[in-house]
Design a protein around this ligand. Structure first.
Ligand code: ZN
Length: 128
C-alpha cells in the first residue's frame, strides 16, 4: 500500500520552514519521512509525530540543469540536489553558489524560495 503526500501537508511543511521551524515526521519505530504523510510506508504505523529537522544538511547528489523544460526555463541554469538532513532526504534547488562549485558533502541550510519562472514556492538549499 502506498500513500501519496497530500498537497496541504506539503504546504504546511513549507510554512514550517518559512517560520524557522522545519520538521520531518517520524513514526514510533523511528522511521523518518518527508514530505509529511499519514502512514509510515515502512511499518504501516499511523502514529506519526513531528520532529525538528537538523539545522544543517549535507548534499548527497546534485545535478546542474542547463536546459530546462518550458515550465522552468527562466530558472536555468540551476542546480537540483538531494541533501540528507538527519534521517530524511530532501530534494531542492541549490542557490547562493556557482553551479560548478557545488560538491557532494557540502553543508547546506534549508529555506523556501520561489521559482523564477512560475513564482511557485520551492525548497532551496544555501551553503552554510
Ligand atoms: Zn515506521
Amino acid at each position: 500500500m502506498t500513500e501519496t503526500p497530500l498537497n496541504g501537508e506539503y504546504d504546511d511543511w513549507l510554512d514550517g520552514i518559512e517560520a524557522g521551524e522545519p520538521y520531518y515526521v517520524e513514526c514510533s519505530e523511528g522511521h523518518g519521512w518527508l514530505p509529511p504523510r499519514r502512514v509510515c510506508p515502512d511499518c504501516g504505523s499511523r502514529d506519526l509525530h513531528e520532529e525538528p529537522l537538523p539545522d544543517s544538511g549535507e548534499i548527497a547528489t546534485h545535478t546542474t540543469i542547463t536546459v530546462a523544460t518550458p515550465q522552468f526555463e527562466d530558472d536555468a541554469p540551476y542546480v537540483t540536489a538531494i541533501a540528507d538532513f538527519g534521517p530524511v532526504s530532501i530534494t531542492g534547488l541549490v542557490r547562493g553558489v556557482d553551479p560548478k562549485d557545488v560538491s557532494m558533502g557540502d553543508a547546506v541550510g534549508l529555506e523556501v524560495g520561489e521559482r523564477e519562472t512560475t513564482g511557485e514556492r520551492a525548497v532551496v538549499f544555501r551553503p552554510r
